[in-house]
Design a protein around this ligand. Sequence first.
Ligand code: AHR
Length: 348
Amino acid sequence: MKKAIYVTTMLLLTLALFAGCGSSSANEENKNETEASQVNRITVGFSQLGAESDWRNTNTESMQNAFTKEAGYNLIYKNGQQKQANQITAVRTFIQQDVDYIVLAPATETGWDTVLSEAKEANIPVILVDRRVDTADKSLYSCWVGSDFELEAKKLTAWIKNYTIKRGIAPGELHIVNIQGTMGSTAQIGRTRGLANAARENHWEIISETSGDFTEAKGREVMAALLKRFDNINVVYCENDNMAIGAIDAIESAGGHVGGDIMNGDIMVVSFDGVNKESLEYCKEGKISCIAECNPLHGPRVKALIEALESGNTPEKFNYVDEKIYSSIEDVISVVVDGEKYEVEKPE
Ligand code: AHR
């Protein structure tokens, strides 16, 4: 809006100049009206971390659909290409442009204090979306909206536990590999911690943990390497669907069979997101045994937070989204986590 005032002044000066020339056709008036309404828009600089997954692309679209010109916004979108340095540059550019709000989807949690202090110094509110930043000074950002990644992991591991109990599979029979997301990201930290805790409590074996950076290509590469190193893998815990799709491809290419019958040679794949058609289709077919949903539709949520700030309200600091759990295997119909019951839904 600050920038808008400057542009409005310039526009009025220009209009005054033209009024002096005496030209004012209906078309020009319409054009001027449109321009005048444009300059009252709120400018949002959005630093997205990259385009590594279907989840991420859906998230970007959600932001772009929410912050339209029609809705009264100018959205400046920057893709960080998975590099924090690019995101820091983007935030600094937004500060120079004197945007009204900065929305940051940080790749990893640490290393943000300096640039966020610069935004605070410039009086530009920062809204975090999806992942979080690790800073002692919480005043460096206004609020955050996203998923409880550890809760997602607790739901998924509760499903594995219930499933093995139903099938009479002893805990010691599970030999798990974890294909992790981008190391140091909130999603990776929460999902890895959730698995580690469940493995410790249930006496499951985690054979290996390797990052696949949330991409299908790396998921395939990591899985192919793991299959060469270990011959007893029977559960693949993928920290997102794209890596699961890559891992399934690697398992099938190596002659393996994915599915829930792990006592008869199947390799069970479980994952997170439930966003793209292919993974939901795999879940329907039982190639992915269970998916803990991670909801990417944050555009309207961030917009609501900005609207609250615009009207002088202080939104909640941390805003969690509700998420589901999907499986087409009939054995487990619900899971209970931290006293809360979650029905297991069939993927559509
Ligand atoms: O931070 C959310 C995670 O990031 C999603 O699970 C994953 O697909 C994405 O890349």
